[in-house]
Each structure stands twice: as C-alpha cells, then as structure tokens.
Design a binder for this molecule. Structure first.
Ligand code: PAF
Length: 289
C-alpha cells in the first residue's frame, strides 16, 4: 500500500500532484465530506482501478447546507477516516480548512437552473448550487483525470455530469453503484443519526423502491399507481415523514406523468428521527436487497 500523505493547502496539493503528473501518473479523485464508510472505500477502489494515484478530499462544505440543516452536527471522524484511507490505497488526502476553500471575499458560485430545483433541490433550496460550486473548485484544485461519485446521490451525480459537460471540464465522471448494508439500507454518513428502533425500520425506504420495481416488472406502467404503491409502503411505518417519492426520466429528471419506462429513476427522500435519508432505484434494473 502507498503511504497516505495529508495535505491541507492548495499549493501543497498542487505541488504534490505536479510530481505525480510529471511522472506520467493518471490522477483519480474521490470528493467526500468525511465520516467515511465502506461506500466511500468502494469509490476509492474504483478510482484506483481507473488511475495510478488516488486523491480523496474531506471537506464539510458549508455552502451546501441550509440555515436549518445539520452543518454543525454533521459527523466529523478524521482519525477513523485516515485509518480507513490508509488501508484503501489512497495516496493523498486533501483536508482543507473552510478558509482555504472560501477565503474572505469569495463571491463566485455555480448556478444551474431547472434540474437543481426538483427532488432534493426543492426541499433544500440552494443545496445544489453549493454542491456544484465546491465540486467545480475541487476539480480545479486537483485536476484529476477521473472523479468518482456514488449513485445513491443520483441527482447530484447527474448534475455534476451536466456541469462537466456544459463547462467543458477535462475530467471523466464515474458514477459507482450504491453500497448497501446486509438488509439493503443504502450506506450513508447520516445513518449514524438513526437510533436502534429507527435503524430497524429504515429499510422501509428500500422496500418501497423494490416493491415499485416488482410491480413494474409485473407489467404496471402507470406512474401514479406505482408511486402510490411506494407511498403506501412508506406510510406503513409512521416514523417516516416522506419528503418526496417520484418517478422521473433518468437523463433529464423530467417528471413521468403517464407511462413509465425501463431505466426511469424512482427517487425517494424521507425523514426518520433527525436523519434525512435518500435512495433511488432504476425501474426494471434493480437487484435485491
Ligand atoms: O456527496 C458528497 O459527499 C458531497 O455532496 C460532495 C460531492 C463531496 C460535495 O461536497
């Protein structure tokens, strides 16, 4: 395993990566907000397969949190994160302070109208402007050949791909499968917020998606009927507070009103205790759990 080097400033990062690039190495990048788990490790593994030198960033990005959201509570576990990265084959960990990313006088942000305003963007106004701004900045800092993102954040990955295309960024975006716990719950740093009784019912979200997928495979094509199946499954667990459950076109996120098609995305978000959980499924393409 290569030794992990922790870098905190942009000049330090650029210097270290210049050396690697000069030696002909392809750079792979995994941006994260820390509180790393096996899902992140799988992204590092994918980045390793696609490059010679992997950089992970850990930065809890204030710009993507709303005023009433969990920025202050967001789990920060730097020692455990470093331990995980040391055994994952990651070469550089970029861990900047907030001022390194947003120095005094920082003003320019990315705004993408339309697709950022549906699903999570409707409940979290400004969230995706914050995500796209930090991702663009990190891509400019690291200048990777390939960057890996998880499919659990389906809308985020789609928007990042679109930004990269729209702004001609010279990077390949790799969207990797969602890693799940044994019962099917999508791995997420925010799962730590769940109490034991909440954790026991959290799987209802995935169960609703799989129920919709089964109905689709059995021939049901009506978006409203499928969505009602999913909503009923989630409502069966009164601890859930549903934010949204929608079927949308997986390329442009336009809403499916009448008939759905194979590969359409069902996206769901629900509150469970203090956690806001998200997940998604591609109709006709899921494998349980
Ligand atoms: O998915 C995340 O962890 C974050 O949204 C990202 C992409 C690292 C940007 O802060």
């Amino acid at each position: 395993m290569p030794t992990l080097r922790v870098l905190r400033s942009v000049p330090e990062l650029r210097g270290a990566l210049h050396e690697q690039r000069s030696a002909g190495q392809r750079i792979g990048f995994v941006p994260t907000m820390g509180a790393l788990h096996a899902g992140h490790a799988s992204l590092v593994e994918r980045a390793r397969a696609l490059s010679d030198c992997v950089v992970v960033s850990i930065f809890v990005n204030p710009l993507q949190f709303g005023p009433k959201e969990d920025l202050a509570q967001y789990p920060r576990t730097p020692d455990a994160d470093i331990a995980l990265l040391e055994t994952s084959g990651c070469r550089f960990l970029f861990m900047p302070a907030v001022e390194e990313i947003y120095p005094q006088g920082f003003f320019t942000t990315v705004h993408m109208p339309g697709m950022t305003e549906v699903l999570c963007g409707r409940s979290r106004p400004g969230h995706f402007d914050g995500v796209l701004t930090v991702v663009l900045k990190l891509l400019n800092m690291v200048q990777p050949d390939v960057a890996c993102f998880g499919r659990k954040d389906f809308q985020q990955a789609l928007l990042i791909r679109r930004m990269v295309r729209d702004l001609n960024l010279p990077v390949q975006i790799e969207v990797c499968p969602t890693l799940r716990e044994a019962d099917g719950l999508a791995m997420s740093s925010r799962n730590r917020y769940l109490s034991a009784p909440e954790r026991a019912v959290a799987i209802g979200l995935r169960a609703a998606l799989l129920q919709m997928d089964r109905a689709f495979r059995a021939g049901q094509r009506d978006a409203a009927t499928l969505t009602e199946f999913g909503r009923t499954r989630i409502a069966a667990e009164p601890r859930f507070r549903l934010d949204y459950l929608e079927v949308r076109d997986a390329q442009d996120l336009s809403q499916r009103c009448g008939s759905v098609q194979t590969g359409d995305v069902v996206a769901v978000a629900a509150f469970l205790g203090s956690a806001r959980l998200i997940d998604n499924a591609l109709l006709g393409m899921e494998t349980a759990p």
